[in-house]
Design a protein around this ligand. Structure first.
Ligand code: NOJ
Length: 551
């Protein structure tokens, strides 16, 4: 067991910017963002003040799920560029002092992956089929092997046609049929993923975000759910047949050894939606993973008591295993924070399914005010923080993408009942004019998802230098976070505060006050206001705003 002091330190309180490559910057004008685009925007990220970037999957893929269906883990999809461009990006980023994280997708491959194609050709009982979860159907074949449903909707099983043309076995896919689940009981699967990690670590990659880290192992008998919840965050779900099984942790102990074998040790962050903070803490025990997103924070309604409860529980669970928290307000899978905080907040401890339908009509002014306050809350807490591209611009969820433009497999798989996640993935507005708002060259193809006209006033060029803009708030917050010894890792001491207001002290005299839903609150004694998310009302902090005070 390695004591915390010997762990690599950079990630413990790093601010990591999530680059969704399809939507970040399109250098070649094909309507899809690419590696050259990311390289050209590194100065922007430096200026923003982040420590690292995490890039969503960029591997060769049929793009049935925006790249989370990987056909080759050791190359780059031509839509994004080439392997040598990826290497050049890593070198450039390191030259600027930015670390680079990639996304590893170990739960499933693409159905176009050579392993799956070989499994289809090889027939039942073969070694090739054992790498996945093939089973005969029930009722002598025509019924799926069990009652599990895909996260995207519909059954989690698809029946194949055997090489001789007869109707054959079924394979498991917790997500799209184009994403067959791997069999993590097979040693070959372990060996292959360790080799993939090394492939990228050898190219200087600093770490990985692990996709659906909580799903790799399935109960070997693949039992029916028989009425039990199939949702990963439902409480009371113990010994679930596919979510958060204890054996997944063995995989991460192996991966930790790989990461630690490098002179400059590499790191992991787990995507694991689990029911309780204690279950999350299991992923970040010593000798396991370094960090795991605290999605409870993201899913907490804008209510002071719930936010505090959540923060306390997370800190306690992580302290028990000597791990740092990892905070996040949004990502490419959930409704953008401005819109989420702009609708009436659910009367429950956490959002369960974070979806908004097109008729929800968020109050974007209120949502923006709250998102600004939420940013100072998040960046004022100890540990690491992730910023999803566009969050620093205050981009809202695009709820009115025309149906024919929707790309997320959820739209089709749900029988057109759920629009899916495209509204959070609309390409970045870099300038306030031009046909793609600076996302691509003016004579290029239209962006892969249409941008709303309203994004023009949120563009980088529009916000740059405007002291009241979200972009400048983030820049100032990240600058202060770098310089102030009280921010980043360290203790949190709650201060007494009026109802609806959160106040906590960090080291070196830094006080964070967030008026979530109280009446305008008198600021505690202080020497200076380091940063405020919005205008103060004399010496009072209005609701939906936050300050960092020097005392
Ligand atoms: C989580 C990813 O973030 C999401 O975008 C993807 O659809 C699923 N995992 C399946 O890989």
């Amino acid at each position: 067991m390695s004591p915390p002091a010997t762990r690599p330190a950079w990630w413990r309180d790093a601010v990591i910017y999530q680059v969704y490559p399809r939507s970040f910057a399109d250098s070649d004008g094909d309507g899809v963002g690419d590696i050259s685009g990311i390289r050209s925007r590194l100065p922007y990220l430096l200026d923003l003040g982040v420590d690292a970037i995490w890039i969503n999957p960029w591997y060769p893929s049929p793009m049935a799920d925006a790249g989370y269906d990987v056909a080759d883990y050791r190359d780059i999809d031509p839509v994004f560029g080439t392997l040598s461009e990826a290497e050049a990006l890593i070198t450039d980023a390191h030259g600027h002092g930015l670390r680079v994280l990639l996304d590893i997708v170990p739960n499933h491959t693409s159905s176009a992956h050579p392993w799956f194609q070989a499994a289809l050709a090889a027939g039942p009982g073969s070694r090739e089929r054992r790498r996945y979860l093939f089973r005969p159907g029930r009722g002598d074949g025509p019924l799926p092997p069990n009652d599990w449903e895909s996260v995207f909707g519909g059954p989690a099983w698809t029946r194949i046609v055997e090489p001789d043309g007869s109707p054959g076995e079924w394979y498991l896919h917790l997500f799209d049929p184009a994403q067959p689940d791997l069999n993590w009981d097979e040693p070959e699967v372990h060996a292959e993923f360790e080799a993939i990690l090394r492939f990228w670590f050898d190219r200087g990659v600093d770490g990985f975000r692990i996709d659906v880290a909580n799903a790799l192992h399935k109960q070997p008998e693949l039992p029916d759910l028989a009425g039990r919840s199939g949702h990963p965050v439902d409480e009371g779900v113990d010994d679930h047949p596919f979510w958060d099984r204890d054996t997944v942790h063995e995989v991460y102990r192996e991966w930790r050894v790989v990461a630690d074998s490098y002179a400059d040790p590499r790191m992991f962050v787990a995507e694991a939606w689990v029911p309780t903070p204690d279950r999350l803490a299991r992923y970040v025990r010593p000798d396991h993973l370094h960090s795991a997103f605290n999605f409870d924070f993201l899913a907490t309604p804008w209510r002071a008591d719930l936010l505090r409860l959540n923060i306390d529980e997370a800190l306690a669970a992580l302290a028990a295993v000597s791990a740092e928290p990892t905070w996040v307000l949004s990502n490419h899978d959930v409704v953008r924070v401005v819109s989420r905080l702009g609708v009436p907040q659910p009367n429950q401890r956490r959002w369960r399914d974070i979806e908004l339908d097109p008729s929800s009509d968020p109050d974007l002014r209120l949502g923006t005010q709250r998102a600004r306050a939420a940013a100072l809350l998040l960046l004022g807490l100890p540990g690491g923080a992730y910023v999803y591209q566009g969050e620093e611009l205050g981009l809202w969820e695009v709820l009115d993408i025309p149906e024919e433009a929707l790309q997320d497999p959820i739209w089709e798989r749900s029988g057109h009942t759920r629009r899916g996640r495209d509204g959070a993935r609309v390409p970045m507005p870099w300038s306030s004019d031009g046909p793609s708002l600076g996302f691509g060259p003016d004579d290029g193809a239209r962006p892969w998802l249409p941008q709303p006209a309203g994004y023009a006033r949120l563009s980088v060029s529009q916000q740059d230098g405007d002291p009241d803009s979200m972009l400048e708030l983030y820049r100032r917050a990240l600058r202060i976070r770098r310089e102030h010894p009280g921010l980043g890792s360290g203790p949190v001491h709650w201060r007494e505060s009026p109802p609806g207001v959160l106040a906590f002290e960090r080291d070196a005299g830094l006080l964070v006050v967030v008026n979530v839903e109280g009446a305008a609150a008198h600021l505690p004694n202080h020497r200076s206001v380091l940063l405020a998310s919005g205008p103060l009302d004399g010496s009072r902090l209005p609701p939906n705003s936050a300050v960092w005070l020097g005392t």
